[in-house]
Write a protein that binds this ligand. Structure first.
Ligand code: UDP
Length: 330
């Protein structure tokens, strides 16, 4: 069978750069499309073609499709910081919605019908029950979540019109890093829990903040479903294979571990894995945060034949390996 070429938008970012490595190992040929606004040039492996382009400019996408014969697109490129989306909604709609529309329109022009889309558990807002199934009503709580719902809706309409086949993967809390130590989350001021726990373990910050301690959860702190970035990428690979197999495809699928851990449980597990004390202080809850968000991954199991392989300890130990690597460079 001919090697399939996959355009990875956001391929120089945290999840995209893991995906590029997983694709190569599975015998696909990745091509990276990234504007390097939040991605990192050093995350691009040698030998992988790179198009420095912006989804807001259709000409950049067209050039990529002229230069490379693409069989499918995995679309990660997006802005992802929820509080920022509340302050700067236009920026989010322009990058995430207009950028996706440009991408889909150029895909149609180039005759490319397959796309795996990065969606988010954010589309469920505050869920009515856990674990969350895909047929839970969508309730967005911020502009970031709204952009994900809108793009899913656009994909649904394009698929209905026979112009596109897609799998939208709704990520729960993605964390961890590649065992090579080459890539991981790289942000000066991370907002997510696990990178903040790692910074506290390495002594980069004196103490971390635990946001909210009066939630209706077993220990009062927020409960989330953490999924290893490599488990997540392996699910994308299966989604890609499903697209190549099916004549029509319009699926929305949760990707999570199916288990919830509270903030305090994560801190305790990280103390064990790192052998470091993690100082923290209890703080008021962050506006807009939910008490508990846990995935059902039954649909992923049924439709993709996927199940997570890596648990919280492996997530934390790989994140710790990466944290030590970036700390040693600064
Ligand atoms: N959280 C925390 N301290 C931090 C960052 C996050 O206590 O420095 C909590 C947050 O309130 C939530 C959980 O950790 O209960 C996961 O937050 P994160 O930002 O990682 O992901 P979210 O689920 O909000 O997208």
């Amino acid at each position: 069978m001919k090697t399939k070429t996959i355009l990875v938008t956001g391929g120089a970012g945290y999840i995209g750069s893991h995906m590029v490595r997983v694709l190569r190992e599975a015998g696909f040929k990745p091509v990276i499309f990234d504007n390097l606004s939040t991605g990192h040039r050093e995350f691009i492996p040698r030998g992988v073609p790179f198009v420095c382009g912006d989804l807001r400019d259709p000409k950049d996408i067209r050039k990529a499709f002229i230069k490379h014969k693409i069989d499918a697109v995995i679309h990660f490129a997006a802005l992802i910081v929820v509080p920022e989306s509340v302050i700067e909604p236009f920026k989010y709609y322009e990058n995430n919605v207009l950028g996706s529309l440009n991408l889909f329109s150029e895909m149609e022009r180039a005759g490319i019908r397959n796309v795996v889309f990065s969606s988010s558990a954010c589309v469920y807002g505050q869920p009515l029950r856990n674990p969350i199934m895909e047929n839970e009503p969508l309730k967005v709580a911020n502009p970031y979540g709204a952009t994900k719902v809108m793009v899913e809706q656009i994909l649904g309409d394009l698929a209905f019109a026979g112009k596109m086949k897609y799998v939208a993967l709704r990520y729960f809390n993605v964390a961890g890093a590649h065992p090579s130590g080459e890539i991981g989350i790289k942000m000066d001021r991370p907002t997510h829990l696990i990178p903040n726990v790692m910074q506290a373990a390495s002594g980069k910050v004196k103490e971390m903040k635990v946001f909210g301690h009066n939630y209706p959860t077993p220990d009062g702190t927020g409960v989330r479903d953490y999924i290893h970035v490599l488990d997540l990428c392996e699910a994308h690979l299966l989604a890609l294979k499903l697209l190549f197999k099916r004549r029509e495809c319009a699926e929305m699928i949760n990707l999570g571990n199916g288990k919830g851990f509270s903030v305090l449980q994560v801190i305790r597990a990280a103390q064990k894995v790192t052998g470091r004390k993690i100082p923290f202080k209890l703080c008021p809850k962050r506006p807009g945060d939910c008490p508990s968000v846990v995935a059902s991954f039954q649909k992923a199991k049924k439709v993709l034949g996927w199940a997570p392989k890596r648990g919280l300890d492996e997530i934390l130990s790989s994140a710790w390996g990466w944290e030590q690597k970036i700390s040693s460079r600064t």
